[in-house]
Design a protein around this ligand. Structure first.
Ligand code: SF4
Length: 696
């Protein structure tokens, strides 16, 4: 209606890493609607999730009281999230926190701190991520703390740290407007980073050559100059062949290579055998086309590369990213306007949560726990001893539970019972824990395994900062209070720390941010007051009165010696190839309306109305060959399990592929996926496993 709103609260969208600035319009004590603001990443634009995906916060299934599992109540997914009291009883915060801390301390006493692990969240604030990792390291003396970055860009970050000494993007996606050539590879921004996609479309419309490289020909192809639909898993073959051409035809930037890189001779020798003719049958792209694409990228005045999970979620994800880095380095397409490397970050705060140290092998700002001087620095600042042994990663923690090495967990805002690969195996692990504390806003699939559930705050109910894919740190503000007895997440973490015996005296996120700025060089010149006043500041920021450096590495890289490193990559097969029994390739991902495991978006009425249920997409010819009509229920099976769901016809897919979004518990895609890991990033191969499909 047209009735005036009572209040407007400026914040940031809680969904994807684009980080659109929004304004909540409050009427009658509720969010009436949401509008985009003039933020640096969105300039008033919003996608359907940001605009309509907010009424989950008032869904009747919100948790409003701390819950304790009833004695002998079975653990598992057989609980109706609308009726948790069949398996849990309500309690006070004091009893819940006392039992949560008591159980964790008992495990520590009986089995040592390494028997405990924590999953923090890329959907929380920087301050929450920072305190969560500090709690695990301080209270339990272990580095077993990780979050969903492991399932997202861990391999990209491993390659970027190795190649250019920094895991974040080198330029914001808005710089696409300055580029002559834009490569978008293994990403589906139209659905997963929709507002970023609007900048790519705008650039293409203004004359830039937009090259979409992906086994799936998703919606961005309609705006692209080129769709390069290579075979699933053949990224290295395609990219090595492109680099072969650039070296053979001397299209590389000799001056840049000499001034700013090392390892070029080794790489060029390595590339000799990767001719376009040899690689064409591997990647399914003609040699002439590979040559032409290589020339277009290399000869552009300014070119940018954007990539997503299609690059990272492979057992050779780190190798895929190494090739992209080498492409940019050999052509000098880094460090100037309209050039750069940009892994499109998924969650709204996966950049910030990673920077804040929610990672088992590094402390805040990627300081290695294995390095004695680093530990000494943090021990002096923090006042407690840091375990020198790197902790376990997400998928490794699940394995360690099966080996009875990990016996208790604290999980905040993550849903491994839906997001882990081979999720039946992960659910067995969660059920086997002696003690599980889950902090969340709904009875998620993971919370169904918990002993203690702590009711938390939704994003529009709290104060905190988040860092988007562009390295822009932005301020989120509370529009409403949490419902019932639910509390702000930061207050819960602090209170749990006190119950665990830590002498924490933080009273406001501002104090946590100030401590972060003290221990994290990346936060230099960014203060809470600035963020409140300016809304967004980019790191690194050279001075308190400057907006921050949008484009970095114009004059070298933060590696020893200041040079970027070429790391050659070989073509390797995915871990599980199609065969007679399982002839198709299964790939998974998201869709525009639903966010990750669906905990929020499936409880948002508009989004749920558009996409109410699961589906498996196949090419219409594949469906016809299998005698399946669109809409019919099919059974999709892999060596790990089977699910049933309706078939959907989609010409974007190649003939031997099936695509399933992972948001739907009733047909959970991750029952099917392969948990085998990339050796460097420890990321599972969500984007490729062997499957078969039949009419049910
Ligand atoms: Fe939110 Fe991302 Fe959509 Fe922007 S593009 S409104 S940040 S989901």
């Amino acid at each position: 209606g047209s009735r005036a709103v009572e209040r407007e609260v400026d914040s940031v969208c809680p969904y994807c890493g684009v980080g659109c600035q929004i304004s909540y319009k409050i009427r009658d004590g509720e969010i009436a609607y949401v509008e985009g603001r003039e933020g640096p990443a969105n300039e008033n634009r919003l996608c359907v999730k940001g605009r309509f995906g907010f009424d989950y916060i008032s869904n009747p299934q919100r948790l409003t009281k701390p819950l304790i599992r009833r004695e002998n109540a079975p653990k598992g997914l057989n609980i109706d999230p609308a009726n948790p009291l069949t398996h849990f009883r309500e309690t006070s915060w004091d009893e819940a926190l006392g039992l949560a801390a008591g159980g964790l301390n008992r495990i520590r006493k009986d089995h040592g701190g390494h028997a405990i692990a924590g999953f923090g969240s890329a959907k929380g604030s920087n301050e929450e991520a920072y305190l969560f990792q500090k709690l695990i390291r301080q209270a339990f003396g272990t580095n077993n703390v990780d979050h969903c970055t492991r399932l997202c860009h861990a391999s990209s970050v491993a390659a970027l740290m190795e190649g250019i000494g920094s895991g974040a993007v080198t330029a914001p996606f808005t710089d696409a407007l300055q580029a002559d050539v834009i490569i978008v590879i293994g990403a589906n921004p139209t659905e997963n980073h929709p507002v970023a996609a609007t900048y790519f479309k705008q650039a293409a419309k203004a004359g830039a050559r937009l090259i979409v490289m992906d086994p799936r020909g998703h919606a961005l192809r309609n705006h692209a100059s080129d769709l390069v639909q290579f075979r699933p898993g053949s990224d290295v073959a395609l990219l090595n062949a492109m680099m072969h051409v650039i070296v053979a035809e001397e299209l590389y930037d000799r001056q840049y290579v000499q001034a700013h890189t090392e390892g070029f001779d080794k790489l060029s020798a390595h590339l000799a055998r990767y001719t376009p003719e040899a690689m064409a049958p591997v990647c399914g792209i003609e040699a002439g086309r590979i040559r032409e694409l290589a020339r277009a990228y290399a000869q552009a005045e300014r070119a940018m590369i954007f990539w997503g999970m299609g690059v990272s979620q492979h057992t050779h994800g780190t190798d895929n990213a190494r090739c992209l880095i080498s492409l940019a380095l050999m052509t000098g397409h880094v460090g100037r306007p309209g050039t750069g490397l940009h892994p499109l970050r998924g969650q709204n705060n996966v950049q910030g949560a990673s920077d804040a140290g929610l990672i088992p092998m590094v402390l805040p700002d990627y300081a290695k726990v294995s390095d004695p001087a680093t530990r000494e620095r943090f021990e002096a600042l923090w006042g407690f001893a840091i375990d020198p042994q790197p902790g376990l990663t997400v998928v490794e923690i699940i394995e360690a539970i099966h080996r009875e090495e990990i016996r208790a967990m604290y999980i905040m805002g993550e849903n491994p019972a839906m997001s882990d690969p081979d999720v039946a195996h992960a659910r067995e692990a969660l059920a086997a824990l002696d003690h599980l504390v889950v902090q969340d806003i709904f009875l998620t699939e993971t919370a169904m395994f918990a002993d203690i559930i702590l009711p938390a705050s939704a994003w529009p109910e709290k104060t905190g900062t988040v860092t988007n894919t562009n390295r822009q740190v932005q301020m989120g503000r509370p529009a409403l209070p949490p419902p019932g007895d639910a509390r702000e997440d930061l207050a819960i973490i602090i209170d749990l720390a006190r119950h665990l015996g830590l002498d924490w005296d933080y009273t406001h996120p501002r104090e946590v941010f100030a401590e972060m700025a003290q221990v994290m060089p990346s936060m230099a010149n960014i203060s809470w007051e600035r963020l409140e006043r300016e809304g967004a500041v980019t790191y690194p920021c050279p001075a308190p009165d400057e907006p921050g450096s949008a484009i970095v590495f114009g004059d070298g890289f933060p590696r020893e010696g200041g040079r970027g490193l070429f790391v050659p990559a070989d073509v390797t097969d995915p871990a599980e190839l199609p065969d007679e029994a399982f002839p198709l390739v299964l790939t998974t991902g998201r869709q525009l309306e639903h966010w990750h495991t669906g905990a929020m978006t499936r409880r948002a009425s508009v989004l749920d109305a558009i996409e109410p249920g699961p589906s498996a997409s196949l090419h219409p010819d594949t469906l016809a060959r299998l005698g399946i009509a669109p809409g019919e229920t099919i059974r999709v099976e892999t060596r790990r399990g089977a699910i049933s769901l309706p078939a959907r016809a989609d010409t974007a897919l190649q003939s031997r592929m099936v695509f399933i979004p992972f948001a739907y518990v009733e047909a959970a895609a991750n029952i099917l996926t392969n948990p085998v890991l990339d050796p460097y990033g420890k990321i599972p191969e969500f984007k490729f496993c062997a499957a078969r499909v039949a009419r049910e």
